[in-house]
Ligand binder design. Sequence first.
Ligand code: HMG
Ligand code: MG
Length: 299
Amino acid sequence: MNTSSHVRIVEVGPRDGLQNEKALLPAAVKIELIDRLSATGLATIEATSFVSPKWVPQLADAAEVFRGIRKAPGVVYPVLVPNLQGYERALEVGATEVAVFTAASEAFNRANINASIDESIDRFVPVMERARADGVAVRGYVSTVLGCPYQGEVPIADVVRVARRLHELGCHEVSLGDTIGVGTPAKARAMLRAVAAEVPMDALAIHFHDTYGQALANILACLEEGVRVIDSAVSGTGGCPYARGATGNVASEDVVYMLHGMGMTTGVDLDRLVETGAWLAAQLGKETASRVTRARTAA
Ligand code: HMG
Ligand code: MG
């Protein structure tokens, strides 16, 4: 059992957050967002996605954004890549960590990346080979771990199988995604426990969307199981464009507030994070989805 009191937050706002926002932010604003996040003490900031711009036009400026950010010492800036083409685009601008992504449900994978689970993993093999040779770290995502917008229930055995496969392929960390935010704490705990029986807990991360308002409760259950890496998005932005009805990620401000309140450390300056969340909401022209930022910035 991992009893460490330190949690690493993987800030996914610039990628998962912005990929699903209606407002198309200029590259300069995305760059400012990442630079502001770099000054909060976050150690990992997922910067953008080198996917097909036809599929996700919001992140078509990935190269410009990645080139433009100030790379703060000690901060890692992973980027999403679906295939070798994405990997090559990422390498060209100097990415040192990439993330590949697949799902535990066939129907979602087909909608999201136009491939079966096996086909998607076949596409990762050359990415992993190149990454190993280039000294680039690879993270892996498994989506729909607690439910699928097309298939409904997702058997835990499918989640375990895909997570184990990504870890065996060489992903240093596997992030378990409740893409549509339907999970509840006992289910989240059971899913994580089953995966952790096959993949070491210190190679696992959790990734909750907050569609049904269950994300913090799910995170708490998973912390009790021993996970110490949590994905979240500043201001609770985003969602997956190919997951009908899915809303934003759990807000980073809310996760950090909860963890600090529990006596755990994150290295993140909550005040700066709240400022950044409020600034981002203003850029997007909408109210923040973070309860902490709402409370702290109320007039
Ligand atoms: P496809 O149409 O099957 O691909 O899409 P293709 O290989 O046949 O290529 C079609 C066209 O795309 C070609 O261009 C390729 O060059 C181009 P054309 O000849 O038509 O001009 N192309 C690319 N262009 C730029 N970069 C690339 C790239 N690859 C192909 N990397 C593909 C397959 C995977 C490309 C597409 O389905 C795709 O990009 N999907 C991405 C969808 C996405 O980004 N979803 C959101 C991220 S996942 C998520 O949010 C979940 C997560 O947060 C965890 C959770 O919450 O569960 C991670
Ligand atoms: Mg997500």
